[in-house]
Design a protein around this ligand. Structure first.
Ligand SMILES: Cc1cc2nc3c(=O)[nH]c(=O)nc-3n(C[C@H](O)[C@H](O)[C@H](O)COP(=O)(O)OP(=O)(O)OC[C@H]3O[C@@H](n4cnc5c(N)ncnc54)[C@H](O)[C@@H]3O)c2cc1C
Length: 437
């Protein structure tokens, strides 16, 4: 991998030669999938340029493995692996989410009920520390804690420069069956049934309203009587309420929500006819980033993604219905495949659930209440956890009640002693809102 080594050397050299201790941020090629944060201090940081780390190095068909650089997008990855009849095990459904971003941030999808997140399918990372050291991290070597902690710490422990991960066999089409339920109890029972039986390849769903719960149970199939794609006039999440079943080409299935999960714009027939083809997630996020200074904060819709322990879903939904009451919600059952090192011991102690339900809110309008803070408080009460992609209001003590402070700083002291990547709390809860350094 000489070309890869050259790229890594260049990045390491930049870090080694840095004298100051002011914060740095990454410059990637693909757009960032974070909620637009106009005041984020990262916009003014010195940049570490990783925009050439975009190559797939190896697809090992027999070993069902892939080695790739972090800037590879899931769309490009799926396109290449499908040529070998393989796909990554968890494919986040927006086309330009990168594999490095999925590990450093979060990644869930309809295979998560069996396999957890994309990071749970990874076998090895190469990480460049703030001092320009290049570390190989596996679950068993001397960097094993860094291997586990690099997930969800938003690049604050180092730069992932290479990933090795498992692939799974795929077929050309996916058949989706929409199971419809009228009550949350019936919905939960159906999810638990599939979870225990492991009888489908994919499971996710849409709660259209408190009376309409759709579970999308899907399988790879070799043949399809017809196929639909959802990249223009048709809106995928809506189709889950009107169809009994559907067939999609495998790649179209993975990116079926790319026009927006449940917040698809434009909504009108004419709007979709004229612009629907062009308004994919990549374009929307690029426009939002480019014009961030001109978008009033009150107009940026709320995007929140929460992991609720399965046994606490009725409690959460009861509270949610009374306090927020915004639908539709995207639901992804998620298996916690190990006692994650990045979760605090307090939270692990309080939560016996192995299965979580990831609930994603897209497009909720801001009102006079601070919905983010309300959701954070409710999650602290029930032992849930919020992904940090949205705006975060946690106080520092509350934050470390969910995330594992001890493990985090054990690694941080080793990989970024001068704190140039910022610490996780500062980066996601303060700097992202324009506060602190
Ligand atoms: C509107 C919206 C919809 C979303 N929908 C989904 C979804 O359907 N499914 C899902 O799983 N997730 C979803 N996400 C979350 C998304 O997967 C995560 O935010 C993910 O981290 C984005 O990856 P990215 O490649 O865009 O990384 P970025 O957004 O660019 O980066 C995320 C963080 O990781 C850091 N980072 C990026 N690359 C590296 C690297 N190589 N080394 C170290 N740190 C790095 C960045 O500095 C940043 O802090 C959504 C997010 C948004 C805003």
């Amino acid at each position: 991998m000489p070309a890869h080594e050259q790229k890594v050397k260049r990045i390491a050299r930049q870090l080694k030669s840095r004298k100051g201790k002011t914060p740095v941020s990454l410059k990637k090629k693909a757009v960032s999938h974070e909620v637009p944060k106009p005041d984020d201090r990262r916009h003014d940081d010195e940049k570490i340029d990783i925009s050439d780390l975009n190559d797939i190095i190896l697809i090992d068909k027999r070993g069902m493995l892939c080695i790739a650089e972090p800037g590879v997008t899931f769309f490009d990855l799926v396109t290449e692996t499908l040529k070998h009849g393989l796909v990554p095990i968890v494919v986040p459904e927006l086309k330009t989410i990168t594999i490095g971003g999925a590990v450093a941030g979060c990644s869930i999808e309809s295979m998560s009920y069996r396999y957890g997140g994309f990071h749970d399918t990874c076998l090895e990372y190469e990480v460049i520390t703030a001092k320009g050291e290049v570390l190989t991290c596996t679950p068993d070597n001397r960097n094993s804690l860094l291997f586990q902690m690099v997930h969800g710490t938003f690049g604050t422990l180092g730069i992932i420069s290479l990933l090795k991960f498992r692939l799974i066999k795929a077929k050309p089409f996916v058949k989706v069956v929409y199971e419809k339920y009228r009550t949350l109890d019936d919905y939960r029972s159906a999810i638990m049934r599939h979870y225990r039986a492991k009888d489908v390849d994919f499971m996710d769903g849409i709660i259209h309203s408190p009376q309409e719960y759709i579970l999308s149970a899907a399988n790879f199939v070799s043949k399809a009587p017809y196929t639909h794609s959802y990249d223009w006039m048709r809106i995928y999440y809506k189709s889950t309420g009107s169809l009994k079943e559907d067939y999609l080409r495998t790649r179209d299935y993975f990116f079926r929500y790319d026009r927006g999960v449940t917040n698809v714009n434009p909504k009108s027939f004419i709007g979709r006819l004229l612009l629907g083809k062009f308004m994919d997630s990549n374009t929307v996020l690029r426009l939002a980033d480019r014009f961030r200074r001109f978008i009033p904060a009150s107009r940026i819709p709320i995007t929140v993604d929460v992991f609720v322990p399965f046994s606490k879903v009725p409690d959460f939904m009861d509270w949610y219905g009374k306090e927020i009451g915004f639908f539709p919600l995207w639901c992804v059952p998620y298996k916690r495949v190990r006692e994650y090192e990045w979760i605090s011991e307090e939270l692990l102690r309080r939560t016996d659930d192995v299965l979580f339900l990831d609930l994603a809110i897209y497009g909720l309008k801001k009102r006079d209440k601070n919905y983010y803070r309300m959701i954070e408080d409710k999650l602290l009460e029930i032992g849930g956890i919020k992904t940090l992609i949205s705006t975060n209001y946690y106080s520092e003590p509350d934050f470390w009640r969910s995330w594992n402070r001890e493990n985090y700083f054990r690694v941080k002291r080793r990989t970024d002693p001068d704190n140039i990547f910022r610490d996780l709390y500062t980066k996601t809860c303060r700097a992202a809102r324009g506060l602190g350094r």
